[in-house]
Design a protein around this ligand. Sequence first.
Ligand SMILES: [Zn+2]
Length: 351
Amino acid sequence: MCNLSKTHPFRRYAWRISGVLLLWACAGCVSGPAPAGDAGTPPPAGVQLATSTDWVPDGYVEAIPPLPAKGYLLQALAQDVYFFSNGIYNTLFVATPQGVILVDPIRGAGPLLQKAIREVTDLPVKIMIYSHPHLDHIGDASLFSEGTQIVAHKETQKLLQRYKDPARPVPHITFGEQSVLELGGVRVELIYPGDGHGKGNIMIYLPQKRILMFVDVATPKAVPFKNFVTVDIYGQVVGLKRALQLDFDTYVAGHLYRPGTRSEMEEVLNYYLAAKRANKEALRRVNIRDVMRRSRSGDIERKMGEYYEAVAEACYRLLKPEWKPRLMGFEAFARGHCDIWTAFHRTHQAP
Ligand SMILES: [Zn+2]
């Protein structure tokens, strides 16, 4: 299922924090003294409780540079190929001699994208490609739809037919596994690696330019977003491996202010795999009976929740020495990644 309603990369959280909620949400997050009232009752194995005053220092941080006064960054990646970013989201367009191929008309950035296109060409947008159906990436599509052929994966078409959102017109041209389009001498290959980050999330590959766009799967120098934002975590790994079989130097990830390099995509794939291995190891190390025995709860479901938290905590600690200094977002999202792998390993066995 497409998770339009779920938290999505770099969307701000509306944290609703009360003292109780904070303690519950952060149980096991950071080490620190037990809160008042819990004295004498040990937490489940491997889990330590935090107080609201605890602060864990950041790991790797890459500062986002200020945007130019015009409100966006525009960078030529190759002849006729332009990278556009509003600092948080990014996309690309190709200004060919026969018109523009635009990918992902980012929600709220449509007027700036129009301005950016006008910086380099007076020709109209002829083809618009949706990388996937998510509102935040294509929510300004209606601003570009007049006279434009919209191309997307057939799963994207199905989902947009279902949601009937006038801001996201239904694609005119769809495909299954692979498709090729050409405009003004520029070849664009569209590749579907299967479900991963939602359904219908495709790669947009420009082989002549050695450029790849693959959205919401691997932001350079960052761990994936909360809970991997996935419908199929293994599919996400398969997709990244498939992407790395392509011949490219630069990729566009859909988020933050700059494109990534091939080695940066490899690094994020290695984090996915490290989290998978750490989760397997944590499942071996954390004994469910120990956690159940130490629990204060009489609620079996809550006891199970405590077991999962203990596994996630152990997994997080295994990952921390290598990955916290390497990728942004580690403190925010690593436990959630561990949780997703726990859910996977409870139901699947895969290499
Ligand atoms: Zn998305």
